[in-house]
Design a protein around this ligand. Structure first.
Ligand code: AP5
Length: 216
């Protein structure tokens, strides 16, 4: 199964991707995680991406093209993927179409996580992420057992640099201006399932599971 998960910042793309990966065995590819790894390793791509990401702006399409091509060169992706946070512009969606058609692949479903913007502020500012295994927590809704430590691997929990109110404003602006048209692009191809993501994570996943069981 080849899947895309799209939604504004904090709608639960990362949280749901971990569950989908476990249940359906697809490879989870998050362009946000790839860019953060590039920043941590101080690579050229990371240094360029950092300027944009810290401000909550989208990284230029050319940089995203390069990291996606590199990712497609790895074998694991051939058995099914879940792209999280990609494509984010119509230009990226068209680029992905060309990449997929060159390797005789297609997208089977686009999951569009829908939550009102006003709910997202609390989700984003309360989010904490494991510095090692990237497990996702929330100080109120999903606290770790020991404050500041990951339940899975015991490493420190961190707050993302772009999880500030100022950066969130810009991230939402980019989402509405540049990423919403991507959903329309896939709607025209009849690939989009809208999901009410303003429910408990368990209920959101149940809805996604129902949709994907029909696709698989
Ligand atoms: P990226 O890392 O993709 O971030 P994002 O899209 O802003 O999304 P988030 O990771 O913030 O949220 P999420 O939807 O995954 O929510 P989560 O599950 O963590 O991108 C970061 C940046 O990288 C971009 O701004 C851009 O600069 C750059 N970038 C990345 N891809 C790019 C691309 N293709 N092109 C250009 N630039 C790109 O959940 C959030 C919180 O809510 C957690 O605390 C969680 O516990 C909680 N939560 C989750 N679900 C629920 C629920 N149902 N109920 C209550 N709480 C919930």
């Amino acid at each position: 199964m080849n899947l895309l998960i799209i939604g504004a910042p904090g709608t639960g793309k990362g949280t749901m991707s971990a569950l989908i990966k476990e249940e359906f065995g697809v490879v989870h590819v998050s362009t946000g995680d790839m860019l953060r790894e590039a920043i941590n390793s101080k690579s050229d791509i990371g240094n360029k991406a950092k300027e944009y990401m810290d401000k909550g702006m989208l990284v230029p399409d050319e940089i995203i093209h390069d990291i996606i091509i590199e990712r497609f060169n790895k074998d694991d992706i051939k058995n099914g993927f879940l792209f999280d946070g990609y494509p984010r512009t119509v230009a990226q969606a068209k680029d992905l179409d060309s990449i997929l058609s060159a390797c005789n692949k297609k997208i089977d479903r686009v999951l569009d996580l829908c939550v009102d913007d006003k709910v997202l502020e609390e989700r984003i500012t309360g989010r904490r992420i494991c510095s090692n295994c990237k497990a996702i927590y929330h100080i109120k809704n999903k606290p770790s057992k020991v404050i500041g430590k990951c339940d899975v691997c015991g490493s420190d929990l961190l707050q993302r640099k772009d999880d500030t109110l100022e950066a969130l404003d810009q991230r939402l602006k980019s989402y509405h201006e540049l990423t919403k048209p991507v959903i329309d692009y896939y709607k025209e191809k009849d690939l989009v399932s809208n999901i009410n993501a303003d429910q408990s994570p368990e209920k959101v996943f149940e809805d996604i599971k129902g949709i994907l069981e029909e696709v698989a």
